[in-house]
Write a protein that binds this ligand. Structure first.
Ligand code: SAH
Ligand code: F3S
Length: 481
């Protein structure tokens, strides 16, 4: 059974945009991993757009190839290594091509990358993209270039990202960077640095600009959006040293959500990812209050066993997580909830695994992203715990988790049959060019005949049937909202 990857359909997609017509150089940029990487690539393309680069989808004609990388699991890193082999082959026909590695692998491996992979000319960590013009200059002068310095305050809030390869309807807006949680399995705090939030004003401006350009839905992005806290800039952990005025005027996530929802009442607002320990009731009440905030929460839990959660340094027990689930159901009865789950974390027993399955049984998640534990060098788990669960057991437990999730997804989609739901049309259905594909506020995909509707329309769709993941229906008119 394959692991699931977030944004599976987009992994490795090369992205293009309309650039400046005066630009003569060609940039090929590819992204792997989480939504944040896709969003960062848009910032990078914007920076390079001002340096004479327009994007191309043809690798062979690129002057500069950038790969935005993911370190979350070993497999993600292997995928990138394979791509580097491909670039190597292309460089034989196009010797002037330069190759840069961005993102989490760049941060993790630093200048080691230059030694390990001869093809690489430039290594740039997630907080160093503004240095790209200087780094490129060095590369052009024949030197390898590295900048992997992590920052206390970089949020790229002043850069207006170009929108790469999107549908013109949905967009990501990043609101925090880094993570302070230190889950013991996770490499992100090491590769993306400490947590810091972006100025709400610049967030609102970006959202307003997207609305003006015709976008209909935005997703506020962060490793841990619920811990968003703006008090004038700086690290989240330094908030305790803020002045009384900064403390009194700080903006938290519930307030930011309200600001965004009020600024653009016709736009759908989503957010990801929520960390259970940081999600407040205020956020839930804000979601309930605003029609345009989608009733969907991605709420990774990783395990259903309190003992394993403790080993993972997750800051909640199984019971606390379930209380939060009850709260969500009470305040937002039709809220969809999804999970991330890890099978085979060190010391996980059969009983712990059963706890995971029973927690899933209780929640009946709408969706899930499920993975086998992959030991990451330098993390607390790698240093303190032996990766002692055999591969076959990890695989079998993962298969059981995925199977159960499929049952629950099927159960959730069936609840929609006979109902009429609002769908935002995003694109043509993969299976048929006669049908549109879009999502409910709960994030469930629906397909239906195109008729006279078009991409970007909000339509009411009567759901007649479903598969385990997709709703099938017929549009009955435009949405009133
Ligand atoms: N807060 C982040 C989490 C990023 S990692 C967010 O924005 O989603 C995404 C998921 O990858 C985690 O929730 C976890 O389920 C999984 N993951 C992280 N490290 C892992 C590891 N070492 N092995 C397996 N899965 C891992
Ligand atoms: Fe990783 Fe845990 Fe942060 S999963 S991104 S350390 S919340």
């Amino acid at each position: 059974m394959e692991e699931k990857i977030i944004d599976e359909s987009k992994q490795g997609e090369s992205l293009v945009l309309e650039g400046k017509s005066s630009n003569t150089r060609k940039l090929y940029i590819e992204s792997y991993g989480c939504q944040m990487n896709f969003s960062d690539s848009e910032i990078v393309a914007s920076i390079l757009n001002d340096q004479g680069y327009n994007t191309t989808q043809v690798l062979e004609e690129a002057d500069l190839v950038l790969v935005n990388t993911c370190s979350i699991r070993d497999k993600a890193e292997q995928t990138v290594r394979k791509r580097l082999e491909k670039y190597n082959a292309v460089k034989k026909i196009n010797p002037k091509m330069k190759v840069g590695v961005l993102g989490c692998m760049a941060e993790r491996l630093k200048s080691k990358f230059l030694e390990e992979e001869k093809i690489v000319d430039m290594v740039v960590g997630p907080d160093a993209y503004k240095d790209l013009p200087n780094l490129l200059q060095e590369v052009e002068e024949g030197r390898d270039a590295v900048n992997v310095i992590l920052s206390k305050d970089e949020t790229y809030g002043d850069i207006s990202p170009v929108r790469l390869g999107g549908n013109g309807v949905t967009a990501f807006v990043s609101i925090t960077r880094g993570c302070d949680n230190m889950c013991t399995f996770c490499v992100v705090p090491f590769t993306r640095g400490r947590e810091r939030s972006r100025d709400p004003q610049s967030i609102i401006e970006e959202v307003n600009d997207l609305a003006k350009k015709g976008y209909k839905e935005i997703t506020l992005l962060g490793q841990n959006v619920d811990s968003y806290l703006w008090y004038g800039g700086g690290l989240k952990k330094d908030f305790k040293n803020a002045t009384e005025i900064q403390k009194a005027t700080a903006t938290n996530f519930a307030q930011l959500l309200e600001m965004v929802a009020t600024a653009q009442p016709k736009m759908r607002i989503r957010f990801s990812t929520s960390n259970p320990q940081d999600m407040t009731e205020d956020v839930l009440y804000t979601m309930a209050k605003f029609e345009n905030i989608c009733n969907y929460i991605h709420l990774p839990v990783q395990s259903g066993s309190t003992r394993i959660l403790k080993e993972m340094n997750r800051q909640h027990t199984r019971e606390e997580y379930l209380q939060l689930i009850d709260k969500i159901r009470e305040i937002i009865p039709d809220c969809a909830i999804s999970q991330d789950m890890i099978s085979g974390f060190p010391t996980e027993t059969e009983e712990d695994h059963q706890d995971t399955l029973s927690l899933m049984e209780y929640v009946k998640y709408d969706f899930g992203f499920m993975f086998m534990y992959s030991e990451r060098p330098g993390t607390m788990a790698a240093r303190k715990l032996e990766d002692d669960i055999p591969e076959e057991i990890k695989k079998r437990r993962l298969a059981e988790i995925i199977d159960l999730q499929q049952t629950h997804s099927g159960y959730r989609t069936k609840q929609f049959i006979g109902k009429t739901v609002e769908i935002l049309i995003e694109k043509e259905s993969k299976k048929s060019d006669a049908e549109w594909s879009g999502r409910t506020p709960q994030n469930t995909v629906a397909v239906f005949p195109k008729e006279h509707y078009k991409v970007g329309d909000f339509v009411m769709v009567r759901i007649d049937d479903c598969t385990s993941t997709t709703l099938l229906g017929k549009a009955i008119g435009y949405s009133e909202n």
